[in-house]
Design a protein around this ligand. Sequence first.
Ligand code: ATP
Ligand code: MG
Length: 367
Amino acid sequence: MTPSPQSKSQPASLPSSKPRILTGDTPTGTLHLGHWVGSVKRRVELQTTHECYFLIANMHAFTTRAEHAADIRRDSIEIVRDYLAMGIDPKLSAIFLQSEVPAIAELTFLFAMLLPFNRVMRNPTLKDEIKIKNLGETYSFGFPLYAVGQTADILAFRPTGVPVGEDQVPHLEMTREVARRFNQIFCGVSEHAEDADHEKLGGTFPIPHADVGAVGRLMGIDGVNKMSKSLGNAIFIADPPKEVQKKVGKIFTGRKTLTEPGDINNSLFQYVDAFILDPARVAELKDRYARGDNLGDGHVKQEVADALNQLLEPMRERRRPYEGNDDAIIDILRDGCVRANRVAEETLAMVKDAAKLSYFPRRLTLG
Ligand code: ATP
Ligand code: MG
C-alpha cells in the first residue's frame, strides 16, 4: 500500500460523498448481544449509506491483559468472525487492527497534551471500569491513557457519527472536547463557534456525535451489571442454541410465584422488549406478568430464548464458511488496514500541517 499523505491540507484520496463513521471493539473476549443491540446492528444499517471503519482495539486490550497476548490475538480474529456473522460486509466496510495504523498512536501522543490529566481521570466510564473490573490501585499507566487513545481512534477518521453503546458517551464527550480544542488552538476556530460549523470555519475535525443503538445498555444475565465480555454475564453471538437456552434460564428476576405481580422493568423484560419482535405479543406478556396472571418466569424465558435463537441462527450460518479459516480473516484485516491507513495518514498530515509539525511528507507501505 502506498498512501500519499500530503504536506498541505489536501485530501490524499477523493473524498467520498458519503458521511463517514468509525467505531470498534476491544478484544478482551468475543462479541455478545449487548454489542449487537448497542452498536453493531446500527453499523449494519449504516453500511450502504456511510463510509464505514470498524476498529479492533487490540492495543487497548493490553491495558488489562498484557500477560495474555495470545488470547488478545485469538479474540481479535474471533471478533472479525462475529462481525461477518452479524452481517458486516468487508467489501463495504473497512475492518482493521488498531496496532497496524500507526497514525493512531501518533495522534494519541499529541492529543494527550490537549486534555488536562484530571479531566481524563474524571471520566465516569473509566472510573466505573476501575471499580467493576477490580483494577484497584495497580492498573497500568496505559489504562487511563486508553481513554485518550480512543479520542485518537475516532478523530483519525474525522467521522461525523460514532455508533456506540451508552457507556461510551463520556468517551465521545472527551473526543468532542479534543476536536474543539484542536480546531481552536491550531486552526483558529473561535471558541464561540457552533459544533456544526467547525469544519466550515477551517477546523481539521468535525465534532462527531454518539449514535447510540436501540438498547444503549443491555443488562447481563446476572441482572446487576451491563452485559460485558469481561464480567462472565454475557450471551455470546457464537453461543450454540443450548447454551443460549441455559443462559437465558439464569437471568435473575427475584420473582417467587406465578400469581405475584411481576416487575416489567426487570432484566428479563429488557430482553422481551429487545428481542421478541411481535409488539402485540410483547404487550400481552407485559400485561399478564404485571397482573400476576399465571405467567411464570420460565415461560417468558422460553419465549426469549426462542427469539434469540431465531436472531442468532442466520448469524451461525454466515459464520460457518469462516470457521477454522484464519487466512480468510487475515486477508480481510490486511485489506481493511490498507483502507484505514489511507484515511488516518491523510488526517495525520492535516494535523501536522495545522500544528506546525510538517517538515516533509512521509509514505507508509503495508506488504
Ligand atoms: P469489556 O468488558 O472488555 O469492557 P465490553 O463488553 O464492554 O467489553 P467493549 O469492547 O468495551 O465491550 O464495547 C464495544 C461497543 O459495544 C461499545 O460501543 C459499547 O458501548 C457497546 N456495548 C458493550 N456492551 C454493551 C451493552 N451491554 N449494551 C449496549 N452496548 C454495549
Ligand atoms: Mg467496555
